[in-house]
Design a binder for this molecule. Structure first.
Ligand code: HEC
Length: 291
């Protein structure tokens, strides 16, 4: 009898221990998915995948979850979750996605949102519209628009989370395009001091370039391994180019630049030893078939 009693107690402890091991995926769905999306690709909060977290790993990652981010929607979880639970959900978001997400023309188009705003016929301010200075405030996701002569603030607008790779101006200086780490491209009308709209051209992206004629935007993506070509006019998708070498090995795009004299985009590739050049007019001449 005594023996049986001991056995029962041991089993009960083992069962208790198994239940207590926190499951990061469950915690994520319960407490994080409402803002970061169940797919972890982002919603009102940014994408939580290794590609986007970058060097935010281990204890630093756990600290963000425990403490939250002051002045943002990111709550502190140290009162809700134990240290083990925080570690479990941190490990979960640091795990690569099991399958590469599909992010083609249809998915990109579905995110495109254009604002209705009063479109100015001339700049709504006195400053020289060709001498505008932008201050990118990554910490709290804003850009300040300054008069380049006096540094007076003309406007301050909110951007997607983690703006990356330098804003690009249209050739006439009227519009500026901004890209974020999570692949959002935002168009802003400098004359009107208003956002035109935004679209998510990639899931994790490096930078953008604008063609010399101002018609096209190229978005260099890490995830998926594509180059997205957008119409600069309305941010609609012109083309999604799969990037892979001649043998079919896919590559992330480290950066895209415009070569104005050649009327091309030049791509630096991360995973294969190739450089690509894509003509930006319809007749690509000797380089390629063109867009
Ligand atoms: C109410 C919405 C909301 C909820 C719920 C939420 N987050 Fe966040 N989270 C955000 C926002 C917004 C940011 C961006 C904060 C900023 O601007 O720095 C963020 C940022 C983060 C970051 C930093 C990302 C980076 O690249 O800097 C991590 C990590 C994170 N959240 C993890 C979590 C985890 C894990 C949970 C669930 C336990 C969670 N979040 C729940 C809104 C939320």
């Amino acid at each position: 009898m005594a023996r049986r009693g001991i056995l029962a107690v041991t089993l009960a402890i083992a069962a208790g221990a198994a239940q207590a091991a926190p499951d990061g995926a469950t915690i994520f769905v319960d407490l994080c998915a409402s803002c970061h999306a169940e797919t972890r690709l982002g919603g009102t909060g940014p994408a939580l995948i290794p590609e986007s977290l970058g060097r935010l790993t281990g204890e630093k990652l756990e600290a963000v979850i425990a403490e939250g981010r002051a002045m943002t929607q990111m709550p502190a979880f140290k009162a809700t979750l134990s240290a083990e639970e925080i570690a479990a959900v941190a490990a979960y978001v640091a795990t690569p996605l099991s399958a590469p997400p599909i992010w083609g023309q249809a998915e990109i188009e579905a995110t495109r949102a254009l604002n209705s705003y009063e479109v100015a016929q001339a700049p709504v301010f006195d400053a020289d519209p060709m001498n505008i200075t932008l201050v990118v405030e990554t910490g709290d996701s804003h850009i300040s628009v300054l008069n380049g002569d006096t540094f007076a603030v003309l406007d301050r607008f909110d951007t997607p989370f983690a703006v990356h790779g330098g804003p690009k101006f249209s050739p006439d200086g009227r519009f500026v395009f901004v890209m974020s780490r999570d692949g959002w491209v935002q168009k802003y009308d400098i004359w009107s001091l208003a956002e035109v709209g935004r679209v998510r051209a990639g899931l994790n992206s490096r930078n953008i370039a604008i063609s010399a004629d101002g018609k096209w935007l190229a978005v260099a993506n890490y995830l998926p391994t594509t180059l997205t070509i957008l119409s600069a006019a309305d941010l609609s998708v012109a083309k999604v180019i799969e990037v892979a070498d001649r043998r079919g090995t896919p590559s992330r795009v480290s950066a895209v630049y415009q070569a104005p004299q050649r009327e091309t985009f030049v791509l630096a590739l991360k995973d294969v030893p190739e450089i690509w050049e894509i003509a930006t007019d319809e007749d690509g001449g000797p380089y390629s078939e063109g867009l």
